[in-house]
Design a protein around this ligand. Sequence first.
Ligand SMILES: [Zn+2]
Ligand SMILES: [Zn+2]
Length: 109
Amino acid sequence: MHDPSAEGNDYFRCDFCGSGWSEQRPMVEGHRGSLICAPCLRLAYASVMLRGEGIGPRAGIGCVLCLRTVDGPHWVGPHDESVVACRECIERSARVLEKDAESGWTRPE
Ligand SMILES: [Zn+2]
Ligand SMILES: [Zn+2]
């Protein structure tokens, strides 16, 4: 998300954990300025892709990254149960960060 009350790096905040952007915390952007940071993506990937966890779509709550309500498991953010990421966005974001060598991000195994 974009936080208009903040300046500098904190203007860019992860929608899931609320942390501000930094070089150690690269982020992937979704629709309408939504953001997921590298550490959250690591948790999301391990949970949904590796352990098969996650919740199904709930009424009225869509993926914050693609703004769609899709079937399948969703990762629930640590701070707000209504902020969820769908499997497709987790996979897409993983590909984006993986390609960005500077991010140093690798898929958890
Ligand atoms: Zn985060
Ligand atoms: Zn999504």
